[in-house]
Ligand binder design. Structure first.
Ligand code: FES
Ligand code: FES
Length: 163
């Protein structure tokens, strides 16, 4: 950072906890989440806004956090993958379905996938296979584990599980 770079205070509610962080204007939200808050479940998998590994919820909508400047999120409510469970608690329904259906290999894409599935099931509680594939089109799995990811989501949909 140059000595003349202006700093900005950003206040967020992150996983139900209020946080104020001082950042450079150019800092991306994904870097605030990982570097300043230590929430490293949100991943950076590309530098082209394509992979979806950085997906979090901003005010209840799934967003690629590498596409948002931290200062733009001032005042927002953010949920990251860490916000879906508490240490020692049971997995959330989507996480449990991924586990049960072997919907991950290396797991790098998984947090972003789970956040996108939450959005998908909120928007479409009973999606078809085509809906699921369309809903996850912004998330890349480099292990190409899509088949089991789709099966995991299908297992949730008919049960009306709240994500
Ligand atoms: S790191 Fe955000 S889309 Fe890849
Ligand atoms: S499980 Fe490896 S990138 Fe998706």
């Amino acid at each position: 950072m140059s000595g003349s770079e202006k700093l900005h205070a950003v206040t967020l509610e992150v996983n139900s906890a209020r946080k104020t962080i001082v950042v450079e204007a150019r800092k991306l939200l994904v870097h605030l989440i990982r570097e300043d808050l230590g929430l490293t479940g949100t991943h950076v998998g590309c530098d082209t806004s394509q992979c979806g590994a950085c997906t979090v919820e901003i005010d209840g909508r799934a967003v690629k956090s590498c596409t948002v400047l931290a200062v733009m999120a001032d005042g927002a409510s953010i949920t990251t993958i860490e916000g879906l469970t508490r240490p020692g608690a049971e997995l959330s329904p989507i996480q449990a379905a991924f586990h049960e259906h072997h919907a991950l290999q290396c797991g790098f894409c998984t947090p972003g996938m789970v956040m996108s599935v939450r959005q998908l099931l909120n928007d479409q509680p009973d999606p078809s296979e085509q809906d699921i594939r369309h809903g996850l089109a912004g998330n890349i799995c480099r292990c190409t584990g899509y088949h089991n990811i789709v099966r995991a989501v299908e297992s949730l949909a008919p049960k009306g599980v709240q994500p």
